[in-house]
Write a new protein. Sequence first.
Length: 651
Amino acid sequence: VQISIDDTSGHNDTSPMAYGIMFEDINHSGDGGIYAEMVTNRAFQGSNWITGTVPGLDGALIVESENPSVPLGPVLTGWGPIGDVRMTLNTLHPLSDALPTVMQIDVPAYATGEVGFQNFGWWGMDVRPQTYTASFYALANEPRYMDNSTTFTVSLRSNLTGEVWASTTLDTLRLPTLDYVQLNATIENGVTAPNSNNTFAITMDASEVAGQTFYFDLMSLFPETFRDRKNGLRKDLAEAYVDMGVKFLRFPGGNNLEGVSVDARWKWWETIGPLKDRPGRLGDWGYFNTDGLGLLEYLEWCEDMSIEPVIGVYAGFSLDIYGQVGTDWPEDRMDEVLDEALGLLEYCMGDTSTKWGAMRAEHGHPEPFDVNFVEVGNEDWFSATYPYRWNAMYNGLKAAYPDITIISSAFDENDDYTISLPDGTIWDTHHYEEPQYFISRFDFYDNWQAETGNEGVGVFLGEFSVYQVDTPSGVVDYSNPPNLHIFHPRMISALAEAVYALGGERNPNTVRMSAYAPTLQNFNWYNWTPDMIGFTADVTETVLSTSYWWQWMFSRFTGSKSVPIVPTSGDFGPLYWSSQWHEAANKVYVKVCIKGIALQPNADCHSSSTSTIPRPFLSRSTSTCRTWPSMPRFSQPTIRMRQIPSSTPTW
Ligand code: AHR
C-alpha cells in the first residue's frame, strides 16, 4: 500500500477534546489507588473485608472477604494494637453525625512501655524519603480528677521487625473529654524501607496513660501528593495521566454514579467539606468508598491537570445490584433529581453569593470552576424510563446552563433508539469487545450523522477496550472464560483500539471525545480487567500497558486540522491511517496502524494462570515478565447484564 498526504482539500478542524480519562472508583482505583490516603479503614465507615493473618507475618492483615457481595458494617480491619491495650469499636462517642463509629483504646492499669495502635495500609505502606502528613482525632474518657497529660508519637515502622523508620512526637497535651481534638503532624522520613510491610503507628507512653480509655477516629497519613494538594492524588498515577496529554476527566462513573440502591447513589453533597462530615457510601463495585476523593477533589484534579471536567450527574436510576433489580425515579419526582444536579453545578460554578458557591468558597475554592460538559446518567440504553428522565434533566439543565454541552448515556446504535437527541448534544457509547469489532468499526462514523439523521449530534466513545480475543461468533462472554478473556491489554488490544480511534479522528465533526475504560487496576484488589494502568497499592509497581501507550501517542500528537490521505494503491485493511496538521508547529502527524495477529490467552506472560496473590508486601525487586494476580472472586457480568425492570416506576 502506498499512501500520500493530500494537502489540497479538506482541513476540517480536529476535536480539541479527542482523548481523555474515564475515572470511577472500581478496582480500588480511588480508595487504595489514586486517592493518596495511606491509611485503610481510616474512619470505620464500613468494610467488606475480614481481618486475618498471613503465615509468617505478625499482626492483623487485610484479606478479601470470602463473600464480598455481602458488605460488612464497621470493622477493625487494617488495625492492630501496640503494647498492652484493648482495641474495640465504639458508637457512644461519635466523632460526627457522618462518622459515628470510633476506635476505643483501653490501656490497663498494669500497662508499661509503649502503647497504642497501628494501621497496615492498603496492602502495605510505601516508605521512602519524603515528608508525610499525619492527622487524627482523639478524645479522652478518664475521670476529671486524673491527670490526663498525653504525649503522642506518630511513626512509620516495619511490621516485620518493629524498626521505626521515622517518627514525630507531638507536644504533650491534656486531651479533651467532651469534643474531639484534631492533632496534626508531619513525619520527615529519610529512609527507604526494604519492602512495603510497614505500618503507621500512633503510640503513647503507658507511664502517662495506664488505666485510661481513649477514643480515636479519622486517622490519616498522606505522602507528598500531585501538585502538593492537601487530601490529594498519588503522584505517579496522576503523572501517568498528565503525561498522556489527555484533555478531560469523566467522573464519578460509570456504574459508581448510580448506586447499588437509590440511597447509595453518589450524593455529591455528602462528598464535600471536612472529611469528618463525609459519611462515605457503599460503592457499586463491592467496597465502601470513603468519599475522601469527593466533588471538590475531582474538580481540583481537573484544575491541576488543566483538563475539562465531564461530570456524570445522577439521572434517577439506581442499579440495586444486590437485589438484581433496578430502581427508576418516578416521573413526577424528577424535579428532585434535577435539583440535585443543579445544586452540583451551582457548587462548581456559582459565585459566592449563591448557597452552594459560598459553600465551595468555605471549602477553600472561592473561584468558580468552568464546567462545559455534563453527562446525564450512565448506560441508560438499558432503561425504558430514560426518555422521561432524559427530558426532565435535559430541559432543566439546558434552561439553567444553555452553554453546557449535555451528553446522553442512552442512544442505541442497533436502531432501537430510545430517544432522539437534540442538536448540540453528544451521545456516549460504550464498547467492551473483541479486536475484530473495533477494526470493523473503523468506518462506522464516516457518514453516521447523515445516515442516522443526527446531523447535529456528536459522539463520545466514552468507554471502550478490547475485552476478549476474536471468536467466530464475535459475541463477548462477560463471564470471562480464561481461554477468551483478555486480562491485560496486549498488542492486539492496542492496535484494534487504535484503529477504532483513528476512525474517530477521521470524523472529528462526529466523534468529539474518547476514553478507554476502566483506566486503573489495583493489582491487590480488582474486579474488572483489562485496564489501562496497573499498580500496586503500595506504590512499588506501576505498569503502563500497550493500551496506555497508543493513547499516549495519539493524544500527544494531535493536530488542529485533519488532512486527507489518499492511497495511491491499496485501501484500508490491514493498514489503517489518519493524518492531522499541527498548524502552530507546522507539522503533519501521520498515524498508521496495522492489524497484527491475536495472541491466544495465556500464550504470553501476562496471563492470569500464573497468579501468586495474596501478595500484600512486595520487596523492591523488578522482573521483566512478572506474574499477575488472579481474577477476583466476583466478576462484572452481574452488573453489565443487569436486569432492568419494566417501565413502571418501582419507587
Ligand atoms: O468500566 C466499567 C463499567 O462498564 C462502567 O462502570 C459501566 O459504565 C460499564 O458497564
